[in-house]
Design a protein around this ligand. Structure first.
Ligand code: ADP
Length: 422
């Protein structure tokens, strides 16, 4: 009698139910674990052309994810290969923060917002304590369980699998949540990138719409500078050394209160510390959790009492006609790449990760890919009114001067070809 395939044995343990949705890496099913009776979500990851299966690094990292256990992190219960796909079994969650933010029937009080952002930061603090970056923080990766617990999901998957669509593999982080150092093409980044993304989520909870909705990486930087002013070198000394740094004309920072008119002073203080330009000066997640915002009134709402959409109401189920839309960028454009990062400003972390990796891959954005044009202005559209004058970039003429010899060579070459043909 032939021995049963061990992966089939594991697969048989889970009774597949309906499809929950299709994500970047493949289909997600609801399933029942027949051994425990628990409802789970199984993410079936297409291994595509990687016929040889998941590589050693990926397996090691999956093992690492399995060991990350915290009340604010989604539990990876199991991982097994089956029929050429990798199956990741997660605890089942009812909804996500994007659905909460978009649901116009939900009123979020300051105490509710405090609770959601506190759980987000607690999950992140745990990851950072374990020397792991999330790197794909966005509201639809913050899942919400039946008891109102918020849990970070899609943790480290980008690092393990990257984007299945090669066109997007140069992208790190969902653009709207991307820190300025990433947009300037830094290759060495640290926990600060998650703090910036968490600040964007915080702002989104307050505004009930994504805060900085850039349409390209350049536009994203324009939106950031319009909101917080163009960074000066005294504010962020290392900025000018970043690979894709381009000088933007200076625009002063408008008062933060003008962007968040209803927010308390404590809220604004914490936001400004999380949105600090220089990643070395940016507040850490742990420091953010210790900020007086969390200890002052109103205290965070008990998670069980948090307003949430009715179970099963996910973003994909919401009819866009139902109310004012808060649009996420197309899923794929918000995806990430598989890369190996060094942790910036945190040498221990850097060494720890690189010990495992042996290689440092670049976190290259559109800017680095030189796919976009040189920025010509800072975008003021977040203010809803047109600026009096659109500041232009100072160094545009340098590009034309550099281009001139190439144009001349091209015409010379054309002439030679023409003469050869005649
Ligand atoms: P993406 O890659 O775009 O972030 P995912 O692959 O994470 O999408 O998820 C696809 C769908 O499956 C989404 O609707 C998501 O809400 C749902 N989903 C993912 N993980 C879980 C889970 N643990 N419990 C319930 N639903 C989940």
């Amino acid at each position: 009698m032939t021995e049963m395939d061990p992966s089939k044995k594991v697969a048989d343990r889970y009774l597949k139910r309906e499809v929950l949705g299709e994500g970047t890496y493949g289909v997600v099913y609801k399933a029942i674990d027949t051994k425990t009776g628990q409802t789970v979500a199984i993410k079936k990851i297409r291994l595509g052309k990687q016929k040889e299966g998941v590589n050693f690094t990926a397996l090691r990292e999956i093992k690492l994810l399995k060991e990350l256990k915290d009340p604010n992190i989604i539990e990876l219960i199991d991982a097994f290969p089956h029929k050429g796909n990798l199956h990741l079994v997660f605890e089942f969650m009812e909804t996500d923060l994007e659905a909460v933010i978009r649901d116009r029937n939900i009123f979020l009080s300051p105490a509710d917002i405090k609770s959601y952002i506190q759980m987000t930061l607690k999950g992140l603090a745990f990851c950072h304590k374990k020397w792991v970056l999330h790197r794909d923080m966005k509201p639809n990766n913050l899942l919400i369980g039946p008891n109102g617990q918020l849990k970070l999901a899609d943790f480290g998957l980008a690092r393990v699998f990257g984007s299945p669509d090669r066109k997007f593999t140069h992208q790190v982080f969902a653009r709207w949540y991307r820190a300025p150092e990433l947009l300037f093409g830094t290759k060495q980044y640290g926990a600060g990138v998650d703090v910036w993304a968490a600040a964007c989520i915080f702002a989104e909870l307050l505004l009930r719409r994504p805060f900085l909705q850039g349409t390209s990486d350049i536009d994203q930087l324009g939106k950031i500078f319009a909101a917080f002013g163009t960074p000066t070198s005294s504010q962020w000394p290392d900025m000018v050394y970043l690979p894709d740094y381009v000088e933007y004309q200076f625009v002063p920072a408008p008062p933060l209160r003008s962007l968040f008119p209803m927010a308390s002073d404590d809220t604004l203080d914490l936001l400004s510390k999380m949105f600090t330009y220089d990643p070395k000066a940016r507040i850490s997640v742990q420091q953010a959790l210790e900020h007086r915002y969390f200890s002052s009134a109103p205290l965070p709402t008990d998670p069980a009492k948090l307003p949430r959409p009715t179970p099963k109401s996910r973003v994909s189920d919401i009819n866009p006609q139902d109310g004012p839309t808060v649009l996420s960028p197309p899923r794929k454009s918000r995806r990430v790449m598989p890369d190996r990062e060094r942790f910036e400003g945190n040498s221990n972390l850097a060494e720890k990760i690189n010990e495992c990796d042996g290689e440092v891959r670049q976190a290259v954005g559109d800017v680095a890919g030189k796919k976009e044009h040189v920025p010509t202005s800072v975008d003021f559209s977040i203010f809803g009114s047109k600026p009096l004058s659109r500041p232009t970039i100072n160094r545009l003429w340098v590009y034309w001067v550099n281009l001139f010899p190439h144009v001349m060579i091209f015409f010379y070459f054309l002439r030679e070809c023409h003469l050869a043909c005649v």
